[in-house]
Write a new protein. Structure first.
Length: 208
């Protein structure tokens, strides 16, 4: 049975964001799941597109699936109808069930912890699986996205906008090569063109 979620006023949710200056508009959230999960879902508020510096319109609370295999974000026809959205165009959309012409809309997406992504072009489509929207790579690529599974517990973290690189190789090297003298031969066994051992500071110990 599909539960019809109510329209919700979002001024308490977004009032602080409306006063944030552009250079301060940085937000992040982390979701901890019970055990290991096979798909990443979060709460999502879909709103008609609006200027974040103005009071927001009424939005729709939905459940969103984060899908790195989707090039763009989607909402269901029910969400579009509930918000009385006006299409801005159409496009040909391919998915696991085939392909077809879909309506498109411009919306603002309210993610957890006041992370707001404005002016997102979304397509309308049938999703299923108990979700009302898909967060695609068009949104994910605007920020930094990470999934960890320490001790069998999945955690997903997202920050917007992107502020830095996440490099697990650098982190691993710091653990594996901890305590090694920077002038010592690199434990990886690397050699230069003359056959001499490469110093650690010029190999895995080099600043990156």
């Amino acid at each position: 049975m599909r539960i019809r979620l109510p329209l919700v006023p979002l001024w308490p949710f977004l009032s602080d964001m409306a006063r944030i200056q552009p250079f301060q508009n940085f937000h992040a959230f982390t979701i901890k799941y019970n055990g290991s999960v096979k798909r990443i879902t979060t709460e999502l508020v879909v709103l008609p597109a609006f200027d974040p510096a103005t009071p927001p319109p009424v939005g729709h609370m939905a459940t969103a699936l984060w899908d790195t295999g989707a090039t763009m974000s989607l909402i269901t026809p029910q969400v579009a109808e509930r918000l009385n959205l006006s299409p801005v165009g159409t496009l040909s959309l391919s998915h696991v069930g085939g392909s077809g012409i879909c309506k498109t809309y411009v919306v603002n997406l309210g993610l957890p912890n006041k992370v707001m992504v404005s002016g997102v072009l979304v397509a309308e489509g049938i999703i299923g699986g108990g979700v009302d929207a898909i967060i695609g790579m068009d949104v994910i690529c605007k920020g930094d996205f990470a999934i960890t599974n320490v001790n069998g517990e999945t955690r997903m973290s997202f920050r917007y906008p992107s502020v830095g690189t996440i490099d697990y190789v650098v982190e691993a090297n710091k653990i594996v090569y901890a305590g090694i003298n920077r002038n010592a031969p690199c434990p990886c066994g690397a050699k230069d063109k003359s056959g001499k051992s490469v110093r650690y500071k010029h190999c895995h110990g080099a600043a990156r």
